[in-house]
Design a protein around this ligand. Structure first.
Ligand code: FE2
Ligand code: FE2
Length: 475
């Protein structure tokens, strides 16, 4: 999931906040406007009632009550009056009778108004044709020009009657609605402007500088160039740029220190390995001395093995390992008694079996180690007398089941034994050796190694010439 941007988060929160604000403002405005509208309608109804009362009183005083229907009809024609009816109070009915045809008989609601003596307004606003019914009582008073008591036989404060007006309020509702729409539209417009401006400000002063900062910080880290604080206008970004530079300097200093430490470690490791190589080689030479091997046999076998490993394309580390471990190939001879190892004549079969043990003795001497060189030495010690066709010892391994190190040293060791003289034999000539090795291709030796070996026989012979045996018998 991709995290939202600062701009998205701020705008989202702002929209929520402004939406709630707009709803609250519209609700308050709506309620207030409704109250004001209702008040205005009620005032209008009261004004109509006063007008009717004044007109009726005038008619009464002018003694033209019989013409009052014309006057009332005129008022009925006024805008937004749906109906206008007069309701006689009990005292008037008692004095003048039940009244004329257009006068209404008091219903339950009007009776209630007669009791409370207070105007009653009943809104019927949730319909397609909203109305308000206003029932306004006429209270007898002797004050002012309209002295009711001069005509009516009632007490001061008694209810003479009431006017019952039903007025159309759809126009008021429409206006209220339009005002609310106006308020809402204004809020939406202002909100949109605020959002646009906020988005622009965030984009300009936060988002873009932040992206620039990330980019420059990234390249600063990789190219080790400092971030330029002058590229930023706001104080916070300048501070962050300075902090990044401080942090980056610190990282670079640590990296340099780590590189130095790493170099030192590599050097130490090289020294340890080179010491181990020398030690291993020296052990090989010691064994060579004890076995009365021709001198430099260990050196030559090591160099042949290295050359073959290079020519067949082993990895640099494998070449290092076979080169370092080859001197250990006969290390197991340390465990063979002198009487057998140094016996000048031919060995009998029992003695030969004892000699063969030098492979597994060498393996057990070295195999416990965790070091690659010694473990490679263990493999070479164990397998350098195995034969490609499976007729070797000690395990009779066949083909590629013999480790490549074992196959390489086997060839190098046999070649050197043939090409150098021993106390009991002369060195073979090179042609005879090549012939034998060819015959043993796929028998004693790995055929691919034989091919490589013979292709490079000149270099092999050159090694031998460089490190001859001291007791060299003329070849
Ligand atoms: Fe051996
Ligand atoms: Fe050897």
């Amino acid at each position: 999931m991709v995290n939202p941007s600062i701009q998205t988060l701020v705008i989202k929160n702002l929209i929520n906040f402004l939406l709630i604000l707009a709803l609250v403002v519209v609700a308050i405005a709506g309620m207030n406007y409704r109250a004001l509208s209702k008040q205005a309608i009620e005032n209008q109804a009261l004004a109509h009632a006063k007008l009717v009362r004044a007109g009726l009183t005038a008619h009464m005083k002018g003694n033209i009550m019989h013409k009052r229907s014309y006057y009332l009809d005129e008022i009925r024609q006024l805008h937004n009056i749906n109906s206008l009816e007069i309701v006689r109070g009990a005292s008037i009915t008692a004095q003048f009778g039940v009244g004329m045809g257009y006068e209404k008989v008091a219903d339950e609601i009007t009776e209630q108004v007669f009791i409370t003596k207070q105007p009653l307004f009943i809104m019927n606003e949730f319909t397609l044709a909203p109305t308000i019914r206003a029932i306004i009582p006429y209270i007898a008073s002797s004050e002012g020009d309209l002295n009711c008591l001069s005509c009516h036989q009632v007490d001061e404060g008694a209810v003479i009657g009431a006017v019952d007006i039903v007025m159309d309020v759809s126009e008021y509702q429409r206006r209220s609605f339009m005002v609310l729409v106006g308020i809402f539209t204004t809020i939406v417009i202002f909100t949109s402007l605020i959002l646009l401006n906020t988005a622009r400000t965030i984009q300009k002063h936060v988002q873009r500088p932040l992206e620039d900062l990330i980019k420059t910080a990234d390249s600063a880290y990789h190219s080790h160039q400092p971030v330029n604080p002058n590229n930023f206008k706001t104080r916070e970004f300048v501070n962050v740029a300075n902090e990044i530079n401080l942090f980056n300097d610190d990282v670079i200093a640590h990296q340099d220190m780590l590189k130095e430490k790493n170099r030192e470690l590599e050097q130490l490791n090289d020294e340890v390995e080179s010491t181990l190589r020398e030690t291993v080689y020296t052990i090989g030479v010691i064994e060579e001395q004890r076995s009365k091997e021709t001198s430099n046999h260990t050196k030559r076998v090591t160099l042949y093995s290295q050359l073959i490993a290079q020519k067949i394309g082993l990895t640099p580390r494998e070449i290092e390992l076979v080169t370092a471990a080859a001197p250990l190939h006969d290390i197991g001879k340390i465990g063979i008694p002198d009487s057998i190892l140094l016996k000048p004549g031919k060995l009998d079969s029992a003695e030969y079996e004892v000699i063969k043990n030098h492979t597994s003795i060498g393996f057990s001497m070295l195999n416990h180690s965790e070091r690659d060189i010694l473990r490679s030495g263990a493999i070479i010690a164990l397998q350098h007398h195995e034969r490609w066709n499976g007729e070797g010892y000690p395990q009779g391994l066949k083909g590629e089941n013999i480790h490549i190190f074992g196959r390489i040293v086997a060839l190098a060791d046999v070649f050197d034994a043939l090409y150098s003289s021993r106390v009991y034999k002369k060195a073979w000539d090179i042609e005879s050796i090549i012939k034998l090795i060819n015959e043993e291709r796929g028998q004693h030796f790995d055929p691919q190694l034989v091919d490589i070996f013979l292709e490079n026989i000149d270099e092999i012979v050159a090694i031998c010439d460089q490190y001859p045996s001291n007791s060299e018998i003329k070849k």
